[in-house]
Each structure stands twice: as C-alpha cells, then as structure tokens.
Design a protein around this ligand. Structure first.
Ligand code: HEC
Ligand code: HEC
Length: 366
C-alpha cells in the first residue's frame, strides 16, 4: 500500500513537473515562406526558431552593450545594428553618421576587409555566408553557421571588438535579460552560446518577400509598362542579361547565392576573395552575387562598396566592364565592355529594380 502511494505520488509529481515545464516551453516559430520561394531552410537542428528566441535575439542585435562596456558613451558601444540597419535592408547605408560613405570599421577604428552585407532571406541560403562564402564552405572545418558569425562579429577587432567575458558581464547588468533568457531557453543563465543562438534566430527571421514585384507575381498588383519592360530586359540575354546570377520571377531570391567575377577589375589584390576559400586560381575576383531584393536601399554596392548609387552600378554593367581571364563566362558582353543599353532602357531596368523594395520589411517590426 505504502509502495502504491509512493508510486502514485511520484507520478503525480512527474505530471505536475511536466505540465510546469510545458507552460515554459518557448513557442515554435515557423518561417513564413513567401510566394514562390524555396521551402528548404538553413536552420541548424540544435537551434530551432521560437517566438521568444527571436524577441531576445532582436533585443541583443540592437544592444550596444554587446561591445562589453557598461556605460552609455556612444563610442564605447557597438551593436550589430550599427552596421546592419533595418532601413538599409540590414546593410550599412551611405548616410550612416558613424561610418561616412558606408565604410565600416570596428570600435577601435580598424576597417573591415569588405563592406557590410544586407541581412535578408539568409535562411534560404545554402551556399555559404560572407562575400567569399567562407562560413559554411562544406570542405572546411571552420565556421559553418550564422551562430559562428555572431560570435566572430562580437570578438573581431574590426567589428564589435569585445571579449566573451566583457560582453557577458555587460549583458548581465541589464535587468531585462534574465526573464528573456528564461523564456527563450528555459533558465535565466546568460551564456555566449545562448547569445549566439538568439541573435542567429533573429537574423534567420528576416524574410523579405512582399515587394510590389511579389504582389505582381501573385496577380494582386500591376507593374507599369516601364517596370514590366525593365523586367523583360533583366531576364533576357539580348537585354540586360542579369538573371543568370541574380535570379528572376522563377527564382525569386534574386540571387543564385553563387560566386562570380562580374568584371569589376582587371587586376586582383584582395587576399579574401573566393579563391582564398576554394584555392582555385580561376576564382580570383569572384564574390557571392548579392540578392537584389531591397537593392534600392542597400548601398554602398559591391564587396568593397565602391559604388554609392544604383546609377553607378548600372553604368558599370553598361559600359565599365574590365576583362581578365577570371571573368565569369556569364558576363556575355565582356568583350564589348558592357551591355550598351540606351538611357531609356537603363531607366526601365532601374524602375524594375525598384519593384523589389519591400516597405513592410524595411519599416515593419518583424
Ligand atoms: C563594424 C561593422 C559590423 C558590425 C558591428 C557587424 N557586422 Fe556583420 N558584417 C559586416 C561586414 C563588413 C560583413 C561582410 C564581411 C565579409 O564578407 O568580408 C558582415 C557580414 C555579416 C553576415 C553575413 C551575411 C551574408 O549574407 O553572408 C552576417 C550574418 C552578419 N554580418 C551578422 C552580424 C551580426 C549578427 C552582428 C552582431 C553580432 C554583426 N554582423 C555586426 C560588418 C559588421
Ligand atoms: C556573372 C554573374 C552576374 C551577372 C550576369 C550580373 N551580376 Fe550583378 N553581381 C554579381 C556579383 C558576383 C556581384 C558582387 C560583386 C562584388 O561585390 O565584387 C554583383 C553585384 C551587383 C550589385 C550590387 C549589390 C550589392 O548589394 O552590393 C547590383 C546592384 C547588381 N549586381 C546588379 C546587376 C544587374 C542590374 C545586372 C544586369 C545588368 C547584373 N547585376 C548582372 C554577379 C552578376
């Protein structure tokens, strides 16, 4: 009898515990997959996305105390959002008071090797992160995930430039976090691994797929004749011929996420281009083709931010191509130095690119 009572009490206890635990479980968050997007997602098994994890990640992403200082002096603080600003498609922008001309540098003033990248639709990318794809390069034993990028950005001298101990000490001063960590991860403990996981969840939640062009694809909105003509130019070889590397209505990420030399230069000195990762000399001057979603607000352009406006980019593709043995064979007009479209055609192409701007994404609270 005693034994039965014991078992009964024990199972009641387990049940109670289980139900308590249950109410504390974070709420799973399903990535909203926009119309026509691929459904294969790049989410590590050990970091499923949750509502509470994303909320914590957003808070940390924007928190200057990531730099390990507990004060409020703006020069001692640096967050991810200093270089990845939402209004600029989570890129750096050219009007950033901290980084004139969109040339990022770390807290100590050391410049980054390349310019910053937009953080948009990264959850759909399986080809590697960073301009050269170093993170996630399958043959390497190095960094593989966005979680790894978070830690590297916090520690790197040319970025946030902190130490693990300093960052954690600064975050532990903030009375909001214990509760938020508990909701996201089950206990109040603030660890680097949890910081990495939460911020990575937030970055993966940044999905943009509600631009005018998306609504056009769904038959909800019309493109103007000019935008439509720009779209046709974009997707035809005899037109502007952009789609091989930057996608189209049929591959609506507006990038293949692959690596090409698009004819920017004739000589190459960057020690961190794609060839540094693959070891293939033919990859000299090759970089990941950026997505053209929200491209109107993602300046400065190219891996070194050399172009400050979209007009400069279009002039480059039209008449500024530099030949070298490394240029991608998909740059079909390399021998003519560019596409040589008329000013009207350039204007149409630009009008089409503007239909990829997703106002809701850039302003909304997602
Ligand atoms: C000082 C500016 C700066 C800060 C601060 C910064 N980044 Fe970046 N970020 C960059 C630069 C520059 C690159 C491109 C590096 C390269 O490829 O050479 C980049 C690239 C990335 C990428 C890769 C995107 C892609 O498409 O491959 C991710 C993800 C990222 N950063 C996330 C973060 C997070 C999260 C934080 C905060 C923990 C952060 N960054 C802080 C400048 C910054
Ligand atoms: C052979 C592949 C290829 C083709 C074709 C191509 N691009 Fe690119 N594009 C790239 C690569 C690679 C980059 C990044 C290069 C770098 O940073 O050095 C890029 C960069 C860009 C950027 C800068 C984006 C940013 O955020 O920095 C824009 C804008 C752009 N391309 C538009 C176009 C347009 C418009 C066309 C058609 C006229 C086109 N591209 C054709 C591969 C290509």
């Amino acid at each position: 009898m005693k034994r039965l009572l014991y078992i009964w009490t024990l199972s009641l206890l387990c049940l109670l515990l289980a139900s308590c635990r249950h109410t504390e479980e974070p709420t799973p968050w399903d990535v909203p997959i926009p119309y026509g997007f691929p459904t294969r997602l790049n989410i590590p098994d050990d970091n499923p996305m949750t509502v509470e994890g994303i909320a914590l990640g957003k808070c940390l992403f924007e928190d200057g105390h990531l730099s390990g200082y507990q004060g409020t002096h703006p020069d001692s603080l640096m967050s991810c959002s200093d270089c990845h600003a939402r209004a600029h498609n989570y890129d750096i922008g050219t009007d950033n008071p901290r980084f004139p001309g969109g040339k990022p540098h770390g807290r100590t003033g050391i410049h980054t090797r390349h310019t910053a990248m937009p953080l948009c639709n990264l959850v759909f990318n399986h080809e590697g992160y960073l301009w050269n794809g170093a993170v996630g390069y399958q043959q390497s034993a190095g960094a593989q995930t966005i979680e790894d990028i978070v830690k590297a950005a916090i520690l790197a001298e040319d970025e946030i430039g902190s130490t693990e101990a300093r960052t954690l000490a600064a975050l532990r001063q903030d009375s909001r976090y214990p509760e938020m960590f508990k909701k996201a991860f089950g206990s109040e403990e603030i660890t680097m691994e949890r910081v990495q996981k939460a911020i990575a969840q937030y970055v993966r939640s940044l999905v943009s797929g509600n631009a005018k062009f998306d609504r056009y694809l769904q038959g909800l909105e019309q493109l103007t004749p000019q935008e439509l003509h720009g779209y046709i130019l974009f997707t035809t070889e005899e037109g502007a011929d952009c789609f091989h590397c930057h996608g189209s209505g049929g591959s609506p990420l507006f990038t293949t996420n692959l690596f090409y030399n698009n004819g920017l230069d004739a000589a190459f000195t960057d020690p961190a281009d794609r060839s540094a990762i693959t070891g293939d000399p033919m990859d000299r001057g090759a970089y990941r083709a950026p997505s053209l979603r929200n491209v109107t607000v993602s300046a400065p352009y190219m891996h070194d931010g050399r172009f400050l406006t979209l007009d400069e980019v279009l002039t480059f593709y039209n008449e500024g191509l530099q030949n070298s043995p490394y240029v991608s064979p998909l740059m079909h007009k390399i021998n003519e130095g560019g596409r040589h479209l008329t000013p009207n055609e350039i204007a149409d192409l630009k009008a089409f690119l503007s239909t990829l701007t997703d106002e809701e994404f850039l302003s909304g609270d997602r």
